[in-house]
Design a protein around this ligand. Structure first.
Ligand SMILES: [Zn+2]
Length: 293
């Protein structure tokens, strides 16, 4: 059953080959059939890394011995001067991952991690203008270019360790959309929603969720006026549908600094902030890392 919804329909449209071919029936059945993960599933993170992020969409940030090297599923991780390290798991990540640590004067460590499976919402949204559900050729060219520009910004791999300070809520307002939900637009299943939506009046301030450097400040077809901030080690936050953007690319921002204002630009049904968190190209669920108030 559709519920009151004031959000965006931008994420699912980033994928220009919608999952419609799966068929809505198969999609819904597949989601309903997901087995629950028993609470208390064993995990084996080393000391200094909190286990709360060991779930689909989860983010893990903490510290390991500064002189250690680390890898996740064979991918080398950056280790900061104080041992700062982070990694994340996508919405559809499998049930396990391997964190490996090597120390200069100790045996290598292998940590087998259990990644909790989550059940995701399905939302039905109707009445969107057909031109936005199926963009024309000119719009497709623009969308493709913007998608590449966004991917380049999110690929930023800096030595900053701003992510280690945690995150602030980027705006005050009502939660109007959650990470991972699968939207059905005018009857067509689309890519999942990879953001966390906060609905508030146009002009409501948006602040940087953490310190960092602005890697993208632009006006996109789906996302509207958009900002991306790099927080180091591949971690970045994204702010979309802004009515105002107060920063420029290359600018350093502090946690809590105003960077723009909530708006209704791009593909939206009402004014709100679409806020995303990602680790390199992996979208993560912002909600668990944000303060609840
Ligand atoms: Zn959104």
């Amino acid at each position: 059953m559709a519920r009151l919804w004031q959000g965006c329909a931008c994420c699912e449209a980033q994928d220009l080959s919608p999952v419609a071919r799966l068929g809505r029936r198969a999609l819904l059945c597949g989601l309903a059939a997901l087995p629950a993960v028993p609470s208390g599933t064993a995990h084996a993170l080393p000391p200094g890394l909190p286990a709360a992020g060991l779930a689909q969409g989860g983010f893990v940030a903490g510290r390991i011995p500064p002189n250690a090297r680390a890898s996740l599923d064979g991918r080398a991780l950056r280790v900061g001067p104080g041992g700062e390290v982070c990694f994340g798991f996508g919405r559809d990540h499998g049930p396990s991952a391997v964190l490996a640590l090597t120390h200069p004067r100790a045996h290598p460590e292998r940590h087998d991690l259990a990644i909790a499976r989550r059940a995701w919402d399905v939302q039905n949204i109707t009445g969107l203008p057909p031109a936005q559900v199926t963009p024309d050729a000119e719009a497709l060219r623009r969308i493709t270019a913007e998608r590449e520009r966004l991917a380049a910004a999110r690929a930023t791999d800096s030595a900053r360790i701003d992510f280690a300070q945690g995150f602030l809520r980027p705006a005050r307002g009502r939660t109007s959309g959650v990470f991972g939900s699968q939207r059905v637009l005018n009857g067509q299943p689309r890519q999942p929603h990879y953001g966390y939506d906060i609905a508030a009046p146009v002009g409501t301030p948006i602040v940087a969720a953490a310190s960092g450097v602005v890697t993208l400040a632009a006006d996109f077809f789906f996302f509207g006026r958009i900002i991306v901030v790099d927080h180091g080690h591949g971690v970045n936050t994204l702010y979309a549908h802004c009515s105002a953007v107060d920063v420029t690319e290359g600018e350093t921002v502090a946690a809590g600094q105003r960077i723009g204002a909530i708006g209704a630009t791009g593909r939206v049904t009402g004014p709100h902030l679409h806020f995303s968190l990602s680790w390199y190209q992996v979208w993560l669920d912002p909600a668990p890392v944000l303060p609840t108030v």
